[in-house]
Design a binder for this molecule. Structure first.
Ligand SMILES: Cc1cc2nc3c(=O)[nH]c(=O)nc-3n(C[C@H](O)[C@H](O)[C@H](O)COP(=O)(O)OP(=O)(O)OC[C@H]3O[C@@H](n4cnc5c(N)ncnc54)[C@H](O)[C@@H]3O)c2cc1C
Length: 367
């Protein structure tokens, strides 16, 4: 019998394998597609932030920064040395219109309680910090500019976690799991991302297609933070000499991962040009789509032991923030499994029980 089996070798599976292996547990990870063609993490924007409403999400974002900045030392291996990680700590800037302002003022209380080190300004003051912005229609904005938020290359992040887990004794095998009951192990962890509902029919996590556009602009502002305009739902960040911009439109039951190209002219470009006037001159150079692991109940993580199954744990439903939450979730699940309770960040409000009893705990700041 296996000690611990993890279903899904994406970013959550790899991180959990790393933290468990560090404690000496024997871990086997089953991944059906080691090329990760449709997995969420390689198609993500790589962003890590602490600007959320709920304290758990703020704390997980803070831990992401801590982990990512120490990654070369933590994940050094004998064969490959210190992993190279491409981290751009340009910060995040979230923009709020009057319809979201009150909620943001509430969120700031949680930022303060968690020492998130975020700054908040009225719309009129925005140009002092970000001269390229047109603040029309905005009421307030929250940002960091002290290199504590930003983005990381998702492939490098995943490879570093996986390689270190393997060095510590984890085994990654190519295998598709059809039913959880097919596995013989002391402990089973489902880290199947947006496909979780195929294995656990009582967990409302489904693939939700999101499109990202690659654009070029003659005027390049390389220091721009990852900016989310909550008044339109459009978000963007620099990528080398270009930019990446996400559409607020999303689709369940999408038959394929073809980007929703019409969104660019219909929604994204007008929103970008209004907010950043130099973006009037944008040119579309490419794009892709990927699946969010959407928790349809409340857009929030589902983590912990399944109360109706003897030895099954799960971690899913991150709804667009699983990459940054991977270190904190891997560490938290390891604490739960090895000691019976969370030791660092208390993740019990993400429990599976909340889902089964339909208790929403909505995280509003989904980009
Ligand atoms: C466009 C886009 C932008 C995003 N931007 C960000 C961002 O900026 N920051 C951030 O933190 N997050 C972001 N995300 C979200 C993030 O990518 C996901 O939340 C995260 O990847 C979830 O990790 P996971 O390991 O659970 O799922 P995945 O990365 O999808 O991995 C799950 C793995 O499980 C495997 N699997 C599934 N079922 C089975 C089975 N039955 N048997 C064997 N293997 C199985 C799959 O093949 C897959 O490889 C973004 C996502 C998208 C699509």
């Amino acid at each position: 019998m296996n000690d611990i089996v993890i279903i899904g070798g994406g970013i959550i599976g790899a991180s959990t394998a790393y933290f468990l292996s560090k404690t000496g547990r024997k871990v086997c990870v089953f991944e059906r597609d080691p090329a990760y063609k449709k997995a969420s993490f390689p198609l993500s924007l790589g962003g890590f932030r602490r600007q959320f409403f709920q304290k758990e999400n703020i704390l997980l974002g803070k831990f992401a920064k801590e982990f990512i900045f120490q990654l070369p030392d933590l994940l050094e291996t004998k064969n490959d040395g210190k992993p190279t990680v491409s981290v751009i700590p340009n910060g995040y800037l979230l923009l709020f219109g009057p319809e979201h302002a009150q909620e943001q003022y509430e969120a700031l209380k949680n930022h303060k309680a968690c020492d998130a080190e975020t700054k908040n300004v009225k719309a009129e003051e925005l140009k002092k910090f970000f001269p390229w912005i047109n603040a029309e229609g905005l009421e307030t904005a929250t940002f960091t500019n002290t290199k504590i938020e930003g983005w990381i290359d998702p492939h490098m992040f995943h490879a570093a976690l996986k390689n270190k887990a393997i060095e510590l004794g984890a085994n990654f095998e190519k295998k598709e799991i059809k039913k959880i009951s097919d596995i013989n192990a002391e402990i089973i962890i489902s880290a199947a991302g947006c496909w979780t509902n195929e294995l656990l029919s009582d967990i409302p996590v489904f693939p939700q297609k999101h499109t990202i556009f690659r654009v070029k602009c003659p005027n390049h502002i390389s220091e721009m933070p990852l900016t989310g305009d909550l008044s339109t739902g459009v978000y963007w960040r620099p990528e080398g000499k270009e930019y990446l911009a996400g559409s607020p439109n999303s689709k369940f039951d999408a038959p394929d991962l073809e980007p929703e190209w019409n969104d660019f002219e219909d929604i994204v470009w007008p929103a970008l040009a209004k907010r950043v006037p130099v973006f009037e001159q944008l040119k579309l150079t490419g794009g892709w789509a990927g699946y969010y692991d959407c928790n349809k109940l409340d857009n929030n993580a589902i983590v912990g032991k399944h109360p109706k199954m003897k030895n099954v744990y799960l971690a899913t439903g991150f709804t667009g923030r699983g990459l940054m939450q991977a270190p904190g979730i891997g560490r938290g699940l390891t604490e739960l499994i090895t000691t019976g309770k969370y030791q660092t960040i208390d993740l019990s409000s993400f429990s599976v029980e909340r889902i089964l009893s339909d208790k929403k705990r909505t995280e509003p700041y989904v980009l």
